[in-house]
Design a protein around this ligand. Structure first.
Ligand SMILES: [Zn+2]
Length: 230
């Protein structure tokens, strides 16, 4: 196991050395106390090489956005089709995502298209639930936070992961209902959960569970390697 495959993080309040594996990024994180020896900690982590290899073997596959690749998109599956031509525009035609232009920018352009669609759909979901709840939402934005599907600020801005557009539609909508309910309750109290269920119209728990079980795999779309970023 190479040392550069491990991110060493010195933590001011850590009491002991800790090893963690992030299935969303495929990276291993070694947390060490402020004054501990990094060299010793790495030697200790090397003893877990087998465990790390097993975690890596179970990782979802990197799914680069390239011609022929398929992308889950709500309740349908889109196939990327490249056609001869110079247009850089990405166009959805039924179950295909068609584009021309330079190969080097296919991944970037497909991701930009997905982000725009995510924003459009999540803005509509948010407006829908905000109207039922009788609350205002200042602004909806999308980002690419790992392990965080949505967040709601005190000022009423809601930020989602654009990757929710890769999840089944009920999962995306349940996340919007969850964040909108935070405009009323800034906690996860029983009253909050009752409001989410009321806004969503049925029990959203299975859809939140779907994200806990499958969410990490959504982070592997648009990536070209199994360990690095990109
Ligand atoms: Zn919450």
């Amino acid at each position: 196991m190479s040392v550069d495959a491990i991110d060493v993080v010195r933590h001011p309040t850590a009491r002991r050395v800790k090893l963690a594996f992030d299935p969303a990024s495929g990276r291993v994180r070694l947390t060490i106390p402020k004054r501990a020896s990094a060299k010793k900690a790495l030697a200790w982590a090397a003893g877990y090489a087998e465990w790390i290899a097993a975690q890596r073997a179970r990782l979802p596959q990197a799914r680069p956005f390239e011609p022929g690749a398929t992308i889950p998109f709500g309740d349908v599956t889109l196939t990327i089709i490249w056609r001869e031509g110079s247009s850089r525009i990405v166009r959805r035609e039924g179950d295909t995502l068609t584009l021309s232009g330079p190969h080097e920018t296919i991944g970037r352009r497909v991701e930009a298209w997905l982000r725009r669609e995510a924003l459009r759909l999540l803005e509509a979901d948010t407006a829908h639930y905000a109207a039922i709840a009788g609350v205002s939402v200042d602004k909806v934005t999308v980002g690419d936070a790992r392990g965080r599907w949505g967040s709601c600020s005190n000022s009423g801005a809601i930020r989602y992961s654009w990757r929710l557009v890769l999840a089944p539609e009920p999962v995306r909508r349940a996340t919007a209902a969850h964040e909108v309910a935070h405009r009323v309750h800034m906690d996860h109290s029983p009253a909050f959960h009752a409001l989410v269920a009321k806004l969503y119209g049925s029990d959203p728990a299975p859809h939140r569970q779907w994200l806990r079980t499958n969410g990490a795999s959504l982070h592997w779309y648009g990536r070209s390697s199994s360990t690095g970023a990109g």
